[in-house]
Ligand binder design. Structure first.
Ligand SMILES: [Zn+2]
Length: 358
């Protein structure tokens, strides 16, 4: 029996997982928004590798291969199906390289190299009660999981599922490998799965099917994810995962898909919604994200991260808010030495006095 390195770490304390590669790579100019295909692993591997390293520096314990949306259906949509396997293998190889290269100073609890995670996600063609579409999805998942195992994945993440049955199918295929599994779901604005199952029942069933971690990722900000997390934590015995988007969702707008713009916006997006390119005014500050992580961790949730909208600064905030020291902690906030607002005795009084008028 090989040991379950993910579970071992979770049993000891928080494990951080940076997600949100889609938005961050798009922001950096290497992916078309809306289309969202992760060609970056082939087109600009150095950019992807560097982002992994930045997340690692910020405290991520897991290097998740960026194969989100890198599935056969999406590659068909853009007419590049022949690049499917090269894209997946390139992303997995980059993630493995970074995981094996974890800097020593990162180790929080003794020897603790990063874990490389293979990744599958919502296929967008899964249709309720439609065996034909479900067969296609099953083969899409199987080929991606096969490549992840061949490229040396230490664990598998299935994420962003809004159909319960699709999540079950993903987990079933992931479980066959014997690797540790994380399965996080993403209910949309109806606050239930699209095939009608409740969020909590879906997580309970995922636990029964053998997932090491069940929980929520994406679509929801801290305030509309937390109530579900409380219920999930009570309902399951296994580890729970919490990876919100860092945006201010609300009861009226539980996900980021339909968030209206601020009323004083002078230039709304040409496509008429804030998602996905004009969400900026809804951004959570780092303290809100840190507070979410701390609250979740206090509930007994140890698998923590941030999804779409994540950046290294927020990952460091999550890690530090649950008591971890990470390489980027060296550069954490230090207002003490600010030229107007610092308390350092070298800061001249004529500058600190002027702070309120600045
Ligand atoms: Zn996301």
């Amino acid at each position: 029996m090989s040991t379950n390195r993910l579970k071992e770490r979770l049993d000891k304390g928080p494990v951080i997982c940076a997600e949100g590669f889609l938005f961050e790579i798009e922001k950096r100019g290497y992916m078309a928004s809306g289309e969202f295909v992760p060609m970056v692993s082939l087109d600009h591997p150095e950019v992807l590798e560097n982002l992994h390293r930045e997340f690692q520096h910020a405290g991520s314990d897991i290097v998740e291969a960026f194969t989100y949306n890198g599935h056969r259906e999406k590659m068909r949509v853009i007419g590049k199906e022949e690049l499917l396997e090269p894209l997946n293998r390139a992303a997995l190889k980059i993630a493995k390289r970074v995981a094996l290269d974890t800097p020593n100073r990162h180790f929080n609890q003794g020897s603790r190299p990063n874990l490389m995670a293979g990744n599958i996600s919502n296929s967008n063609i899964w249709k309720h009660n439609d065996k034909e579409s479900q067969k296609v999805v099953e083969s899409m998942f199987s080929e991606m999981i096969g490549w992840a195992v061949e490229e040396g994945a230490d664990m598998l993440i299935g994420e962003t599922f809004y159909y319960a049955e699709e999540a079950f199918k993903a987990l079933e295929i992931m479980k066959k490998t014997g690797l540790p599994t994380v399965l996080t779901i993403s209910p949309m604005g109806e606050n239930k799965m699209r095939d009608g199952k409740s969020v909590v029942d879906t997580c309970k069933e995922l636990e029964q099917l053998g997932a090491d971690v069940v929980g929520l990722n994406c679509f929801r900000g801290p305030s509309t994810m937390l109530p579900f997390l409380k219920d999930i934590r009570k309902a399951v015995k296994c580890h729970v995962g919490a990876l919100p988007i860092p945006y201010r969702t609300s009861e009226d707008y539980p996900t980021f898909f339909n968030l209206p713009d601020r009323s004083n916006c002078e230039c709304p997006s040409p496509h008429g919604r804030t998602f996905p390119t004009a969400l900026d005014p809804h951004y959570c500050n780092r303290y809100e994200v840190g507070q979410f992580a701390k609250t979740a961790n206090d509930l007994g949730i140890n698998y923590l991260g941030v999804c779409c909208g994540a950046n290294p600064m927020l990952i460091r905030e999550v890690a530090e808010s649950v008591g971890l020291k990470v390489p980027a902690s060296k550069y954490r906030e230090n207002m003490e030495n600010h030229f107007m607002y610092g308390k350092n005795k070298r800061i001249p009084k004529h500058m600190t006095d002027y702070g309120d008028k600045a």
